[in-house]
Design a protein around this ligand. Sequence first.
Ligand code: CP
Ligand code: NVA
Length: 310
Amino acid sequence: LFNLKGRDYITTRDYTREELEYLIQMSIDLKKMWYSGIRVRPLEGKSVALLFKKPSTRTRNSFQAAVFRLGGFSVYMRPDELQLQRGEPVKDTARVLDRYYDALVIRTFGQEEIVEYANYMKNPVINALSDEEHPCQALADLMTIKEKFGRWDGLKMVYTGDIWNVAHSLIATAPLFGMDLVLAVPRGYNPIEEIWKFGEREASRRGTKLEIVHDLKEAVKGADIVYANTWWSMGKPEETKDKRKEDFAPFTVTPEIMNLAKENAIFMHCLPAYRGNEMTEDVIEGKWSVVFDQAENRLWTEAAILAALI
Ligand code: CP
Ligand code: NVA
């Protein structure tokens, strides 16, 4: 048993594999209980603040639904509704919110802003996506893989899409869970060095493969999981859109690409998905796709994070 009470969840890199597995097992248990009609309320009397500087469909709603299902109360805020908009410093906002809420879930640009909130708050701070990482997504992805394959070790994942938060969180977790991870992207799209080094260390410790290649067809051979993501993340300058479209054009996941992977391979995507770009309609709607189970699992993994940390 692990006691994670009071911890932040800003990056998966602060957690051991055993701690992450504990959270995933708790997510699976909470999901099973819910569908068996068993109701548990570990967040009874607890309140959770959500502060989102970027749009969100899944993260916002899954957190609010998770808090509600576990008996708690949540408030959603955009920064323009707070005095932040008029220049109140993060450190003051953090200390005030800390007096009202039992946890803060925050989506913003720089990772350092989330760290600043955490430095000024006693209660847990949870990263709901930064430019650097998307640790809540990674946990739901791992849960989905466990549900589909019953294991992680020995699987091969191929990722294609923007090398940004979601890719970084996969680089930080796939090697830790014994999976090979091949990123198939155009030249010139590279991960943050510190996260890449973390992934490399874990890969060499566990004897798995971690590499960046530029040929999607070659990469997907023998893959168990093909994971696609948008070519154009939130916050990326509008003027880079056309260049990205051109650079990533050879990396669309099609049924032909999926047929090069293993027979029982699955298609994953954090969503939102842009049909005709990172994958075709017949892939995301096809037999390989697990994207809506993956989206649902956001709720169960966030429920476990909140229940464990608060
Ligand atoms: N996958 C994900 O984080 O989706 P939202 O941006 O809709 O929250
Ligand atoms: N990389 C994407 C993920 C969205 C959930 C973005 O940052 O926009």
